[in-house]
Design a protein around this ligand. Structure first.
Ligand code: ZN
Ligand code: ZN
Ligand code: FE
Length: 777
């Protein structure tokens, strides 16, 4: 007999790791024990050499789906003649290094039981097990134990208690375990809109009632894992329009949940990598290209996704059912797909509470499907897309948060509060940075409160007491003020916005050596107090040199111009060419003569203008000049629609006849400036001539920008020998630009670096702030 001690760290708590160890130990006739403690799990196993070897190989090869082993230390120790294998209960010390599991999509075993008429959880909407179900969203305190989750309110019945206590049961220590006898229940509520209540049926189960309402074209608020969704039939144009009007959201794309992967494949193009991610335990929303013609595989009456789901966009934010409630809805309904958009009002955080739902969503929804399991931690759906085989996450939330990012270098206890748009915060210590769930746009009181409350929780759970508080340099952001309020006695560090973007990308790729950073972004406060967003850096986490930029131009009316791209276009053309130009016809449709005059005079007198190098604003101007989007109703609309138009050129194979739109790179000593004049001159002329199609012009713009990046990098390589080029900042959410630039960089011997599952937009800023604040010398 031999005995081996194995110390494991990683995601090994709350993910069914101990019962898994128990099962493989027993099946290999081993004795010994497994024990949970603050920094991981310790295993001791005793048996024959052969069985021990088999155990070790199974330990690594058939891990539970959620578990992740980061380190494994194996040591031979003397045998002690144990006769059984035991799970030793943890001594409840605060699990300082234990990780909090994200919520997990319903597993196949649970789905089988859910639809098995002989199972005691047949059609039970809260079925879950050790491998699936709510986690992060129900945790009130650590260590993770039922008594410290919102499931505390549901004492286990005898059957559930037996499963919970039996190490061989697949619900052993599944903290949210529940059944129809002892667990949470659904309820269907009609919301009083003072209009038409007739459609909400009087009888049937809450699921049936919800389905009838949805099929009748009504809007239902549905309580999910991390918050409410607003749902309606995604094929029903009227329903979608009503939702848009009531939510005051005229054109921002709405996410759609499809019945199954097979059905989804009928409506959208899905690659192998995309399919795998859509079906993973995280089940994010992925942006997928809509199929042009679905009639071949889906003879659904009028089975076409309505254009108004994502106006001007050939893609759809698609995902699959990830809770038993979703599965039950699709089980009952004939509908293929449902809109599932965040249940919130304007820019506030998503609603998580039943009373709050009635108070805040009754203007929008006709009815609500609620339940009595409390959501303790709000958590939005994650959003991403694939670029080739690479998963790019633009909103890192459900399924990802609050798992840590492994850092290359140790950091002091740090809180980073992020910036403003699609914000997250980060708490870090040692080599781990915990990036929070999606917080939202921190420009209102409700969101800052949500952020504050989430910071307090995460600090308590992780036991991190920040010594450093990092924030954006912009003095007027709510997050900056918040940092100052809580920062007394701590080291407050302001981090330049684009340096943070750059550092986040370096951290995501665990890069330490200097690189070229191409930071293309919407808005960020620059060191010279102007708005930056088209910056070229050379440096690393500790220090960057701003070596290049897009030609600075005056933006009229500061932030308000973000909503009116046509004003940006008018202002840019005016300052570049004074009166020697003709405004493109397309642009004239957005503005009156009076407004045009006003914008011009603002520029002439430098009145209420701000200087910017933003590539986001450059996209706005081009989008308006082509008549694609002159007025933006959501963040990034003008750029997104312009990209979509350019993709049409790619799909229709017309990219052979693309005109050249040059950005001249002016080299001045050690610095570079991408000149805008020649570019706009050419573009205006081509728009006015109307010989080149708009989609080809849109493509030409993307191409020109990617060429400009490569030209700048070539100059910089001469000076520095650097070959690593980091593409970061929100503009790189543009897949076409990323693809064109990446290809060209590679052709020229560069190594393009992408941020991957750390959001390339401002959702990754907090991580960058952590790194920079700790590296600044
Ligand atoms: Zn399960
Ligand atoms: Zn029960
Ligand atoms: Fe940014």
């Amino acid at each position: 007999m031999q005995r081996t001690q194995i110390k494991v760290t990683g995601i090994v708590q709350g993910v069914g790791f101990r019962p898994f160890v128990y099962r493989i130990a027993v099946s290999n006739q081993l004795t010994g024990h497994v024990y949970n403690h603050s920094s991981g799990v310790d295993i001791e196993v005793e048996g024959t050499a052969e069985n021990l070897a088999q155990f070790q190989s199974e330990l690594l090869s058939i891990l539970p789906p959620l578990a992740r082993i980061d380190t494994l230390q194996i040591k031979e120790i003397p045998a002690n003649g144990d006769t059984t294998f035991r799970i030793i209960e943890s001594s409840d010390t605060i699990a300082e290094a234990a990780l909090i599991s994200p919520d997990v999509a319903t597993c196949d075993d649970c789905l089988r039981e859910l639809f098995d008429p002989n199972d005691r959880r047949y059609l039970y909407p809260f079925i879950n097990c050790t491998n699936c179900g709510p986690r992060f969203t129900i945790i009130e305190e650590l260590p993770y134990d039922r008594s410290q989750t919102t499931m505390r309110e549901f004492p286990l019945c005898d059957d559930c208690a037996n499963e919970y206590r039996n190490p061989l049961d697949r619900r052993f220590h599944a903290e949210p375990v529940a059944c129809p006898v002892c667990g949470p229940q659904l309820e269907f509520v009609t919301l009083d809109k003072g209009t038409d209540k007739s459609v909400c049926p009087a009888d049937g189960s809450p699921i049936n009632k919800t389905v009838s309402a949805l099929e009748a074209g009504k809007i239902v608020a549905i309580k999910g894992l991390g918050g409410f969704h607003l749902s309606c039939d995604a094929i029903n144009e009227n329903a979608v329009q009503t939702l848009r009007v009531r939510k005051g959201r005229p054109s921002k794309p709405l996410a759609v949940m499809f019945r199954s992967i097979d059905v989804l494949r009928c409506y959208c193009e899905v690659s192998e990598a995309e399919e795998k991610e859509l079906l993973s335990y995280r089940q994010p929303i992925l942006l997928l290209r809509k199929r042009a013609d679905i009639s071949v595989c889906r003879p659904y009456p009028e089975g076409k996704l309505t254009e108004s789901l994502a106006p001007g966009i050939d893609e759809i934010g698609a995902f699959l059912p990830y809770t038993p409630i979703h599965h039950l809805l699709f089980h009952e309904t004939k509908l293929d797909c449902l809109v599932m958009t965040s249940g919130n009002r304007s820019e506030e955080p998503i609603v998580i509470d039943n009373d709050e739902c009635i108070e805040k969503l009754s203007d929008i929804a006709d009815a609500a499907l609620v339940h009595n399991r409390k959501i303790w931690n709000r958590c939005d759906d994650s959003v991403g897309y694939f670029s080739g085989s690479r998963l790019i996450i633009t909103r890192r939330s459900r399924g990802f948060a609050p798992l840590p990012v492994q850092l290359e270098t140790e950091v002091a206890p740090t809180l980073a509060v992020g910036a403003m748009y699609c914000n997250t915060f980060a708490l870090a210590e040692g080599k781990r940075a915990f990036l929070s769930q999606h917080i939202g746009d921190v420009d209102n009181q409700a969101t800052i409160e949500f952020m504050q409350e989430s910071i307090e929780k995460l600090q308590r759970w992780l036991g991190i007491i920040p010594e450093i508080i990092a924030h954006d340099l912009h003095p007027n952001l709510l997050t900056t003020r918040f940092a100052q309020e809580i920062g007394s006695g701590k080291k407050l560090v302001g981090v330049q916005h684009h340096h943070a973007h750059f550092a986040a990308a370096l951290a995501a790729n665990q890069l330490r050596q200097p690189a070229i950073g191409i930071v293309f972004d919407g808005t960020g406060y620059g060191l010279d107090r102007t708005i930056w967003g088209g910056e070229i850096f050379i440096g690393d986490t500790s220090r960057v040199e701003r070596i290049g930029w897009l030609q600075p131009l005056l933006l009229p009316g500061g932030d308000s111009s973000i909503k009116k791209p046509y004003r940006t276009a008018i202002a840019y053309l005016h300052q570049l060419f004074e009166n020697k130009y003709e405004l493109p016809e397309k642009l004239l449709k957005y503005a009156t003569d009076e407004e045009i005059g006003l914008v011009k005079s603002m520029v002439d007198r430098h009145f209420n203008t701000v200087q910017t190098t933003s590539i986001g604003r450059l996209f706005d101007a081009v989008s308006a000049m082509l008549g694609v989007c002159g007025v933006s109703t959501y963040e990034g609309q003008a750029a997104i629609e312009l990209e979509q138009l350019a993709w049409r050129a790619v799909r229709e194979g017309s990219t052979q006849e693309i005109p050249e739109l040059p950005f001249i790179i002016a080299v001045n000593g050690n610095t570079l400036q991408m000149e805008a004049r020649s570019f706009f001159e050419q573009l205006s002329e081509l728009v006015n001539q109307k010989k080149v199609s708009l989609q080809n012009l849109a493509y030409a713009f993307h191409l020109a920008l990617s060429e400009a990046v490569v030209q700048c990098c070539l100059v910089l390589r001469e000076q520095t020998q650097l070959r690593d080029v980091v593409l970061c900042g929100g503009v790189w959410q543009n897949r076409l630009l990323t693809q064109l630039t990446g290809e060209r960089l590679e052709q020229n011997g560069f190594r393009p670096i992408y941020p991957g599952i750390i959001p390339v937009n401002d959702g990754g800023i907090a991580l960058g702030q952590v790194c920079v604040a700790n590296a600044l010398k």
